[in-house]
Design a protein. Sequence first.
Length: 393
Amino acid sequence: MGSFLDSVPTSGIIRIRDLMYAVERPFRLDQGDVSFDAPDTFKAAIKAAVDANHSHYLQTAGLPRLRQLLADKLRRRNRIPVDDPDELLITNGGVHALYLASQALVEPGDEVLMPDPVWPQMLTALAASGARPVRVPLHESRGWRFDLDEVAAHITPRTKGIYVNSPGNPAGGVFTREDLARLAGLVREHNLWVIADEAYEDVVFDGHEHVSIASFEGLHDRTASMFTFSKTYAATGLRLGYLALRNPVWRARATKLLALTATNVSSIVQYGAIGVLEGDQHIVELYRAELQARRDLFYAGVGEAAGHVFSGAPPDGSFYAFMKIDPSWTPPPEATSPSQSWAMMEYLVGKGRIGCVPGVDFGPTGENHLRFCFARDRAELSGALDAMRALFR
Ligand SMILES: Cc1ncc(COP(=O)(O)O)c(C=O)c1O
């Protein structure tokens, strides 16, 4: 395994972060972190847990009360037919849940369908489990959703599973109920498993709905459904996620790995999570509405600010603007890469202090695009637009 990890690719996002540290007064539209803070209910429950000395080992899979609350939430909101809180594992953020799921479900050499563009961390997690990723394009013309005929055409006898991410990172596509019903049919027909990444379940705009694939007939038994507190409760650094896994074999494997990698997730944070779930949930809608306003602010300005070098429709979900770069834009001579999107990222970071991620980092379909995170506060977004105006004048 040690030397095998040498061949597992890492994302350019790390290199970009290093570039950003060299920039004075940067606009951090590169990283997927919201500017809000965690709700007071979360913070108060964390403080109470510290005072109550809840600083000891816990059950590997997580606090029973927390798993009970989450099982109720999955049944009520996501319509996933969870029978027992034992189906849930509490993890160190969504990233940890996705790693456990990849390790538990994949056999080396298995073909796994995944969207293109895709969040690179998932590509890495699957590659680290020995999977052979097979990219299926998302189409900008379809709001960055799959063409389901194309998905069907990519299924071969070697295909074992599919990674479903909706709302999506980086492009913000939200799969419709019809998309997911058709996908569920393909999964049943070809006896596949699913890793469902629902990190952005609460970030959907303009009345779109988030639907969980595990809510379809028979799908909960075949799916590892991943959720996180990071985006819903603006708590990226607290590291709290969860995995719903009914299949007992997969769950035993994932539990073993959870014990090996973490023993249990931070007790203090788990008590905090109970506090936030028992508290008023109106904050989730406040965050969502503010993100929609920030999306609209960014899109209202970006076309004119960048001299129409960037184009694209606002996303239906998640908090990224995934914009096409005008093909006639020519990179400056000092560009270090033949990739247009990488050259544009270097230009915006180096000359405009504007963080962004080149589309090429998310796969071949992403080339000639840039990803900007609009979850930053309004002043930072406006500052980035002003910097673009100065740059493209
Ligand atoms: C698509 C997607 N899935 C999962 C995650 C996991 O987030 P976390 O580990 O903070 O829960 C992220 C974070 O950016 C993401 O973009």
